[in-house]
Design a binder for this molecule. Structure first.
Ligand code: GLN
Length: 536
């Protein structure tokens, strides 16, 4: 393997243009040409990781196999590349400062004034290069969060400047901007792009490739104009027209030869034509569904769909696998009551109760589970969703009226969900949950086994509370069985109800490991069960 090449993806004009999807799509194309690629996200906020952020702030918190709580873009990286990311793939300003300050206290900089340049920028550089230094990757793509011009982004842009200077042709900057369409005059406007490139230039960074998000085809004249004003080659001005699904973006970038341009500029061989057969098969199934299946997603953050990104993507993957279009009915758990549950969930083919924290919306979730259980609607409960299914069963089947999770009521009379032993001494909130992948033994003759067709699986976790094994016998005698168990601790990782067409609650998060090429078996089985329910 030659030297590792570094690609930086920056964004201008506005946030939410899809830098994560662009980085993932470019990585996908390079991977499909035979290169080994990984993607990293640098987040300019001061939290050490997004684990302590409310989903309203920043969308879902994504968890890697090695237990890092990360930005949701890492989910896209894994879904596109079908390869795991890890702790090193997401770095925040908080983490950078934390290491620099720890080093200062240790005396590593003894005698020196510790400054943004070079100490902070060196630490950022180290975090970028660490991924390349393992000899595992030909190309490391680093996505810089935020928008150029943000105060928080400055040290990152400065680091990119230094790395471009140090690495020469081994580094390249792809800048993503917006070309808005002014309906009143019927014109596409390039000025915001020019301004954002000027901002980068003020910071000493000349972008090599520009990707322009647009609602309409840009045409050669506009691309020429942008090339001229921004000092880039015309074939390095790439348009990214809005598409119906994010999974189309790699193909659109391929049409625009983004992969070839990037490889040429990095002095890398074009290699073989991108191998995208499996990707195209997925897209073709996604776009030609034979039916529609409606799944209710019951959660308390439903106003912000990004809070459930991995779940909705996993349902898209599973829908394509089943050749059905999964339509999500967003149901706010706070609005569900015993009186309206039949109406709120009426006609759906499956019910998914989402993960979450804290008391808000709990009673609505319990009503949703009860509805699924009593009406034999296929049910998937994830993490808190599983815990809720246990509480519901305790209250309404076992008759333990005051059953609860200790998270909701510390003094619950029947604490059917209890704080894990390992959590009892935990006082700090950040990064202290049970995180990352753990083994799970799957019991034969269960829906879980039917889905996985495997007796042992590994799934990712993010929680503090757990099924209370003191109640297990009582639950099993009444028909709710533990179908997944952690072999080392005996923790219940999955429950199900045999006397129900498909009722599964899992303490782990299957959604994190669903990818385009490997839709998660539990989601595939759940959507399959929802389809059968509809047909009956
Ligand atoms: N709040 C629950 C716990 O900590 C569930 C967490 C989750 O849904 N991710 O155990």
């Amino acid at each position: 393997m030659g030297t590792t090449k570094y690609i930086f993806v920056t964004g201008g004009v506005t946030s939410s243009l899809g830098k994560g999807i662009l980085a993932s799509s470019l990585a996908k194309l390079l991977q499909a040409r035979g290169y080994s690629v990984t993607i990293q996200k640098l987040d300019p906020y001061i939290n050490v990781d997004p684990g302590t952020l409310n989903p309203y702030e920043h969308g879902e918190c994504y968890v890697t196999e090695d237990g890092a709580e990360t930005d949701l873009d890492l989910g896209h990286y894994e879904r596109f590349l079908n390869a795991p990311t890890s702790q090193g793939n997401n770095v925040t300003t908080g983490r950078i400062y934390q290491s620099v300050i720890n080093k200062e206290r240790r005396g590593d900089y003894l005698g020196k004034t510790v400054q943004i340049i070079p100490h902070i920028t060196d630490e950022i550089k180290r975090r970028i290069k660490i991924l390349g230094s393992k000899g595992k990757y030909d190309i490391v793509i680093t996505e810089i969060g935020g928008t150029v011009g943000d105060i928080e982004s400055l040290p990152y842009v400065e680091t990119v400047r230094q790395l471009k200077w140090e690495l020469g042709n081994d580094a390249l900057v792809v800048h993503l901007t917006l070309v808005p369409f002014l309906a009143a005059s019927g014109e596409l406007k390039t000025k915001p792009t020019q301004h954002s490139v000027k901002l980068l230039l003020e910071n000493g960074v000349q972008p090599d490739v520009l990707v322009l998000r647009t609602e309409h085809d840009l045409g050669l004249n506009i691309r020429r104009k942008v090339a001229l004003f921004c000092n880039v080659d015309i074939d390095s001005v790439v348009q990214s027209v809005d598409v119906p699904t994010i999974y189309d973006v790699p193909l659109k970038m391929r049409e625009q030869k983004l992969d070839q341009t990037v490889l040429r500029k990095l002095d890398l061989e074009e290699g073989k034509e991108p191998e995208l057969k499996a990707w195209n098969d997925f897209l073709s199934k996604l776009k030609n569904p034979k039916s529609e299946t409606e799944i209710a997603l019951v959660g308390k953050y439903v106003e912000l769909h990004d809070a459930y990104k991995s779940i909705t993507e996993a349902m898209i993957h599973a829908g394509a696998m089943n050749e059905t279009k999964v339509k999500v009915r967003w149901v706010h758990s706070e609005e569900v009551t015993a009186d309206n549950v039949a109406e709120k969930l009426g006609g759906v083919d499956g019910i998914l109760v989402a993960p979450g924290f804290g008391h808000r919306g709990i009673e609505g979730k319990i009503e949703a589970v009860k509805h699924a259980r009593e009406n034999k609607v296929p049910f998937l409960g994830i993490c808190l969703g599983m815990q809720i299914s246990v509480i519901e069963f305790a209250r309404n089947v076992l008759g333990l009226t005051n059953a609860n999770s200790v998270e909701m009521n510390e003094k619950a009379q029947y604490p059917v969900i209890d704080l894990m032993e390992a959590q009892k001494g935990v006082t700090e909130k950040g990064g202290t949950m049970r995180l990352g992948a753990y083994d799970c033994q799957v019991k034969k003759d269960t829906n879980l086994f039917g889905a996985y067709k495997a007796a042992e699986v590994k799934e990712r976790h993010r929680h503090r509370y757990e099924f209370n094994n003191d109640f297990l016998e009582q639950f099993e005698n009444a028909g709710m069985k533990a179908s997944g168990i952690n072999p080392d601790t005996g923790l219940v990782e999955a429950v199900e109800i045999a006397e129900h067409p498909w009722f599964v609650g899992v303490q782990f998060h299957p959604e994190y490991s669903s990818t385009v090429l490997n839709p998660h078996p539990l989601f595939v089985a759940f959507v399959g069960a929802a389809m059968s329910n509809k047909n009956n």
